[in-house]
Design a binder for this molecule. Sequence first.
Ligand code: NAP
Length: 297
Amino acid sequence: MASLKQASGKAVLITGCDSGFGFSLAKHLHSKGFLVFAGCLMKDKGDAGVKELDSLKSDRLRTIQLNVCNSEEIEKAVETIRSSLKDPEKGMWGLVNNAGISTFGEVEFTSMETYKEVAEVNLWGTVRTTKSFLPLLRRAKGRVVNISSMLGRMANPARSPYCITKFGVEAFSDCLRYEMHPLGVKVSVVEPGNFIAATSLYSPERIQAIAKKMWDELPEVVRKDYGKKYFDEKIAKMETYCNSGSTDTSSVIDAVTHALTATTPYTRYHPMDYYWWLRMQIMTHFPGAISDKIYIH
Ligand SMILES: NC(=O)c1ccc[n+]([C@@H]2O[C@H](COP(=O)([O-])OP(=O)(O)OC[C@H]3O[C@@H](n4cnc5c(N)ncnc54)[C@H](OP(=O)(O)O)[C@@H]3O)[C@@H](O)[C@H]2O)c1
């Protein structure tokens, strides 16, 4: 069971708070008594999400400029947080690596540039931020909560640029959990299902923009071999997926809260609807020949 007594005044940094899970989480953890540092990609640009968080005018909710791809911004965030702590030698309680981007496209449709762009935020951003905050987290014997995805456990056609980053986050989290166990830092992974309808990860405009860029940049041989009809069908399928997600993110927020407050947090949390939960169990426990037949072919 979660023990919210633990929350009072404990410092937590959440990355990617401009929108989506991060934004809701910043408000929720603040309401539970944490001292919340909300890392925002667009703080310096005065994004709407940042303005709303700042409008709460609370000493316990502070937005900070934080691009997880930028080492200087991360080091500055470490210093800002360290100098705000009552006793920096007692460290900081929690880090929630939430910042992320997503894209789609079959392997042959995806440029190397796209693979690298997504990994830079989702995977290297998580590794970079975690490494910088570990000295503070170790001092508090605190918590690391990494937001992965159900697509960090099972792959899906047309999602390789995203899946490989989330599989990477899962591997990183496991290695870190083993290493941190003797030092008292607990590491959890949250693997949300489809909540696209509730966050800003995709919009119909973004899907169309990605599709146009992808088609324009395709090598001639790929464009000719697959044809525009096939390509458009794949984009339509992605649009359907994006309109089908759950709009209630409370299960994700509750999972992160539990990971930060329970005496014994779980290693993995699976906030997702029953369809995706069952699919994930079958994809990860059954022989590939069977799960492929049920879900892929
Ligand atoms: N929504 C889902 O269905 C779902 C499912 C499984 C996992 N997830 C994961 O959940 C996490 C949160 O995503 P979300 O669904 O809440 O989407 P979201 O609304 O787009 O939130 C992601 C946040 O990360 C920020 N961000 C992007 N690049 C960044 C960078 N370089 N440095 C710092 N922040 C950056 C975005 O800022 P801007 O808004 O300014 O771009 C945005 O505020 C992601 O890791 C995502 O992969 C989401």
